[in-house]
Design a protein around this ligand. Structure first.
Ligand code: NAP
Length: 477
């Protein structure tokens, strides 16, 4: 499978000649005395930062929220599973922040290409980086790049209708699939694969995705943890959803549920582990039924090689155990699982931002409570960070709210004196012939998706998936 990359912005919107910023929903430019802050990234982390800025300054601020995409809400739109509608409804809360007079959305502006770090530091009193963690971590095993070995991040982008993934060549003809990892993303991927087209019809997945998922040949899904059930990262609520699927049955190997003393102690002391273990014990050793799909939760197996000549044919796994320090080690016993598709769901990773310090081991921007640190470990004036690129890809969406509030408190505490006159971002974008996608433009996309759902007689919204479809929803042809 391969993803089509986004076309360069200037090719994307030929003929766009002004910055487009005078025509936005709330396109007013701040009065010169108010603090001007640029937030890079319009996912929950960025929008919670905008909200905290407005709240902590009593509205005496102008916040520009930039995004590479023409659509706001980041992982709420392109990460939260389509059938998790109550989590998706967080978008309505984020929308109210974007609609505040002090906040402006500037979509389709790429940091590092259309605007640089130096540009933003000149035009704003402060910059907050909130670009999340958008790429997959690698397994580092042979065969990882074979066709049919797919990063969960790409697969999730595809079913969520991310424009970069619209061209992903998804082949669901295999009978057996392996999902590596036992976190909540793996659970999402397994659930989407296990659901029928009827169960997904009312969701916002693009129509082409619904057709492919509906025609899927997948019958058996193996979900694979390299440690034991007590060390699984998924949460009990999400795990239970697998047991409630009407057309799929879940199996757990009874021997995997025999916990070593350390794991048993963890299951006693940790509510989250206790819940997970109790649910999996219920499933362990259940007789095989006759539902169309089967999910096998496997533990104590680590992937060592993805096998195949032209595409994935099997996954070779080594049995594992925990050593005295609690680290996972191989036992030297192997098994080979015949599978035609491997989905690697082993966590997200942040990518460095051009010109901004980056810790290549922790994959975060080095920071102290949100203040970006330079090479000498001292805070860099005017630069802040929040969300996954600040603390790594952990926690739920709400975790970003307190995180953003901490960053904004640091930013405001650092301010000295009145904001000074600065060059205008509007003039800078215009000089580069970068036409930002305004909040009103986004509302055009929003309306297009709602209208499409009505036409197709499907749910509240159906995603417009490709760059061209998104563009056509707000630009006259
Ligand atoms: P995650 O929770 O960190 O899980 C990653 C999984 O991959 C773990 O089981 C990990 O095992 C495994 N793994 C890592 N490296 C591996 C390797 N080399 N070989 C085999 N397995 C490996 O990450 P995630 O699932 O991507 O989720 C990211 C965050 O988003 C989490 O905070 C999650 O809760 C959140 N999220 C929440 C929801 C929801 O609330 N519904 C939905 C989706 C995501 P080890 O533990 O052994 O490292």
């Amino acid at each position: 499978m391969s993803a089509a990359r986004a076309p360069k912005r200037k090719d994307q919107f030929p003929g766009d000649e002004d910055s487009g910023l005078s025509s936005g929903h709330n396109g007013g430019v701040a009065d010169a005395s108010s603090l001007r802050v640029a937030v890079i990234g319009s996912g929950p982390a960025g929008i919670y930062a905008a909200e905290a800025l407005v709240k902590q300054t009593d509205g005496n601020v102008h916040v520009d929220v930039f995004d590479r995409l023409p659509t706001p809400y980041g992982l709420v739109r392109y990460g939260v599973a389509p059938d998790h509608t109550s989590i998706k409804s967080i978008a309505r809360y984020l929308q109210r922040v974007l609609e505040q007079p002090a906040v402006r959305f500037l979509g389709g502006v790429e940091f590092g290409a259309d605007v640089t770090r130096d540009d933003l530091l000149a035009c704003y009193d402060a910059v907050i980086y909130a670009t999340g963690a958008m790429v997959d971590r690698h397994l580092g095993i042979p065969g990882e790049d074979l066709p049919g070995s797919v990063a969960a991040t790409d697969f999730v982008n595809w079913y969520c209708g991310h424009p970069d993934a619209a061209g992903l060549d998804v082949d669901l003809s295999a009978d057996s699939v392996a999902v590596i990892g036992v976190g909540n993303v793996a659970v999402d991927v397994v659930r989407v694969l296990a659901k029928s087209a009827d169960e997904l019809r009312a969701t916002d997945v693009p129509d082409a995705v619904l057709t492919l998922l509906g025609g899927s040949g997948v019958r058996r899904i193996h979900m694979i943890g390299r440690r034991g059930p007590a060390q699984a990262k998924f949460t009990t609520k999400e795990l239970r959803e697998l047991g409630a699927l009407p057309h799929a049955e879940v199996h757990v190997h009874a021997e995997d549920m025999e916990l070593d003393p350390a794991s048993a102690a963890l299951a006693e002391s940790d509510r989250h582990v206790r819940g997970n273990v109790a649910v999996m014990r219920e499933w362990a050793g259940r007789p095989v039924g006759d539902l169309p799909r089967r999910l096998d939760l496997r533990f104590w197996l680590r992937p060592v090689e993805i096998l195949g000549t032209d595409r994935v044919e099997a996954l070779r796994l080594e049995h594992t155990t925990l050593n005295e320090e609690g680290r996972v080690v191989g036992t030297g016993t192997y098994e080979t699982l015949p599978v035609g598709l491997v989905l690697r769901s082993v966590g997200y990773q942040s990518v460095p931002l051009p010109g901004v310090p980056f810790d290549p081991l922790a994959y975060v921007v080095p920071n102290d409570g949100g203040r970006v640190l330079g090479e000498d470990d001292r805070p860099l004036p005017g630069e802040y960070v929040t969300g996954w690129i600040k603390r790594g890809p952990t926690g739920v969406i709400g975790t970003n709210k307190a995180d953003a509030a901490e960053t904004v408190r640091a930013l405001l505490a650092d301010l000295t004196g009145r904001a000074r006159e600065r060059p205008s971002i509007e003039a800078l974008l215009e000089s580069r012939r970068v036409r930002a996608v305004t909040y009103d433009d986004w509302l055009g996309i929003d309306a297009g998706e709602i209208a499409l759902a009505r036409t197709l007689e499907r749910g509240e919204r159906v995603k417009l998936a490709g760059w061209e479809d998104l563009r056509n929803a707000y630009r006259p042809h």
